[in-house]
Structure formats: C-alpha cells, structure tokens
Design a protein around this ligand. Structure first.
Ligand code: PEP
Length: 260
C-alpha cells in the first residue's frame, strides 16, 4: 500500500485547555471548517474528559471523530479516578491517545502502561493513537532509532494483526512538541520509514504498509503540507494549532490535498 492508498489521519490534541463553552464552540467551528473533508481524511479531536459529551454533541453528524486523551486498561472496578474504554465509547469517543510524551515524561507512564492502554483500546473496537518519539537528549546521543524501535515494539506488544488495523502510530519527537521546533520533512520521513520497518518485522509487509504513521511536533499550517507529502507520513497529531479552528482546518486540507 502506498501513501496515496492510506487514508490520512489528522488529530487535534486539546490537552488541558479551555472550558466547557470554549470546547463546544471550538468543536462547532472545527465541524464547519472540516466537515466536508472527512470523506477523504479521518479527523479527530481530543478534549479533556469532562467535556467529551459536550464536544461530542457539537460534532454530531459532522464526520469529525471524538477522541480521548487517556484511558485506563481495566474494564471496571475499584480504580478511583480512572476511566475505562467502555465509558469512553459510551460518551461517543472512537479514538484514544496512548503514550503521549506528556503522559510518558510528565506523568511518568512507562512502555508497559502505554501498551496496556493501547491494547485495551483496540480490543474495545476503538482507534488507538500510539505515540512514540525521542527526547532531545536521546536525539543528541544518537538514540533516536533505538528509542522509536523500543517504544513501537513494546507499545504494540500482544496486539493481534486484526487489532493492529485500529492502531495509528504518531511519531512525535519530544523536543518538537509545543516548542515551535519541527523535524524537517526528511528527518521525519526517515523516522517514519524506520518505524514502518519495525512494524514489518513484527507483523509482515502487508500490515506495515497499511498502518498509518502520523507526525506530531509543532505541525502548523505553514509546514503541514511539506511534512504530509513525504511518502511515509500519513497525517498529523496537532497540539497548539488545533486550538484555532482555522489553523486546524488548513492542516486537514493539507492532508486532503496530499491524499489525492
Ligand atoms: C501534541 O501535543 O501532540 C503536539 C504535537 O503538540 P504541538 O503541535 O503543540 O507541538
């Protein structure tokens, strides 16, 4: 499968920003900006837990997917403060992030925890956006490929080939997230191709060529098309620029343009 055959995926990670009214308004604006493009591009927004239902209501009938920034892997029980896959689905969510760098490096989640979240998400029929990526120190130490390989192998551990169809991998170099620094299209392409090779080693060429690998790290309207034009870059995970519907819309249009 070539990049033209893989349907682009563009996600907006709203992080811990905004309030209920702003989230609903932003969701309405995103729906009107990109609603028609969802024929060609998978588009998702990831608001904070308390606003899932409100944002989901504002997205109704738009084709924009509702996503969650986190999940707990257990189905139910005495896990105070946690939220299950089924609860998220009940709120209308269809995608969940796993292993975002802020969860790995600020909250302290390890590869095992990330794997449990990704596996539970796809087993529950939802899309898992599995985030991997090296820190600045790891890049400077020449460890980029090793880190991406480890996070990809461990993140996908135990996930069946069938469930893999619901995994999207996001390559997000930590040093590029929220910093305004972006990987060059060539550097990002190199990392994506190597991550795809790891998936090929685990699952074979067919699943590796079908899986979507998206880039995250200061993707903006000005650089989105050049990044997404690379053969192994199948969309983007967007933080800051997803909080402006017009900017997010421009990025989704870039995804639609390269898909043609
Ligand atoms: C992110 O949060 O996944 C992200 C890529 O953020 P930003 O676009 O702000 O760098």
């Amino acid at each position: 499968m070539t990049s033209e055959q893989r349907r682009p995926f563009v996600g907006g990670n709203w992080k811990m920003n905004g309030d209920r009214a702003q989230g609903t308004e932003l969701a309405r604006a995103v729906a009107s900006e990109v609603g028609q493009l969802t024929d060609a591009v998978d588009v998702a927004v990831f608001p904070a837990f308390p606003y899932l239902s409100g944002v989901g209501g504002a997205l109704a009938d738009s084709g924009v997917m509702l996503g969650s920034q986190d999940v707990y892997h257990q189905p139910d029980g005495a896990f105070t403060g946690e939220v299950s896959v089924a609860m998220l689905a009940d709120c209308g969510a269809r995608a969940v992030l796993a292993g975002h760098s802020e969860r790995r490096h600020v909250i302290g989640e390890d590869d095992r925890t990330v794997n449990k979240k990704a596996a539970a998400t796809v087993a529950g029929g939802m899309i898992s956006v599995l985030c991997v990526g090296e820190s600045l120190g790891q890049r400077e130490a020449g460890e980029t490929d090793r880190v991406n390989e480890r996070q990809t192998r461990l993140g996908l551990g135990g996930i069946s080939p069938e469930d893999l169809q619901r995994v999207v991998i996001a390559y997000e170099p930590v040093w590029a997230i929220g910093t305004g620094k972006t990987a060059t299209p060539e550097d990002a392409q190199d990392a994506h191709a190597k991550i795809r090779a790891v998936v090929a080693d685990l699952y074979g060429e067919g699943p590796a060529s079908a899986i979507r690998i998206i880039y995250g790290g200061s993707m903006k309207p000005a650089n989105a098309e050049a990044l997404m034009a690379m053969p192994d870059i199948d969309g983007g995970l967007i933080g800051g620029a997803s909080l402006e519907a017009a900017d997010f819309g421009t990025i989704v249009r870039a995804g639609a343009a390269v898909a043609r």
